[in-house]
Design a binder for this molecule. Sequence first.
Ligand code: GLV
Ligand code: MN
Ligand code: MN
Length: 376
Amino acid sequence: MRRCDELGRVSEEEGRLTRTFASPAMRGANALVGSWMRQAGLTVREDAAFNLIGRLPSAERGAKSVIIGSHLDTVRDAGKYDGPLGVLIGVAVAEKMRGQNLPFHLEVVGFSDEEGVKYQTTYLGSRAMCGLLAAKDLGRIREKGIARAKRAKREFLAYLEAHIEQGPVLEHVRAPVGVVSDIAGQTRIRAAFIGRAAHAGTTPMNLRRDALCGVAEVVLAAEKAGVIATVGQCAVEGGASNVIPGRATFTLDVRDVKDAKRRAACGKLRKIAAAVARRRGLALEWEIVQETPTAPMDAGLTSVLRRAVGSRVRTMASGAGHDAAVMSKVCPAAMLFVRCKGGVSHHPDESVKESDVAVALDVLARAVLELAKRHG
Ligand code: GLV
Ligand code: MN
Ligand code: MN
């Protein structure tokens, strides 16, 4: 808990926590967490994608890796647990496993980009490590060398991630932890309406081509699209209080556990936006920046977690994205959620109870020992 506090002060912005991909603050976070990893007896490196990797090596020849991971990047004005808690629980679990002679390397990974704040494209760190970056991703980022972080699939035995729930369900059912069944798919879109900037005082209402009014219609259409949909950023380029918006850019984040439903909603919203543009005399730009299908967690590994939790385990889908969605493409992956206060997340008020974190730590340690028995 003290480490979460300390890490929560490593920020690129004065007075609030913001740590984006490959920023000096992220490098600082890697240095700090790396020092804690070394104290726990791990050998530490940073890969070409700025992922921090601590390893408790196995003495067995040809051993694969069990990874406990989460991310060290944050949203803007973030809380201090979304991501870092899972990494620091991993460090604490690895410390407990020292001297256990595990039949696999135990790795703790702090991924560098789960939130996608810098480029609106998420999971750059985990996708680089798994060799799942597309040419399109590399085309839009400045850090071209990150593809070198790729590792062979055969190195990975299993992936476990602890993360705050970021919702209110565990608090409601009074459970300290729960397990995740699926991670909902997401589509991230970047769009813009282009109209004509003009004088706000002299142009009659019926003779305007106001780009922001187009965005307003799409925001309200997204609210009624029958999926989880959010316009989280919107900007009037070159805007001023006495100028009619000539160009308005916005983002659209669409999620659902059912991939077909998410895709259909995105198609419908694009049609609505095109119709709005025609009616208002605007041009429309629409770019799908990223699409991640729903990722089911591995049934076998999830049952290891369930047994480690004990009786009456709450299982739930995750509406938030997690690096486990990417890792599930290269090895069995499972996730443990930790109850958080009021379900609040992506906000500085994020809060967890120390006793719940202790439960999560204990569950993950028992799951690792169970895997050691199975693979020993
Ligand atoms: C990450 O937190 C996301 O799901 O947007
Ligand atoms: Mn987040
Ligand atoms: Mn997260």
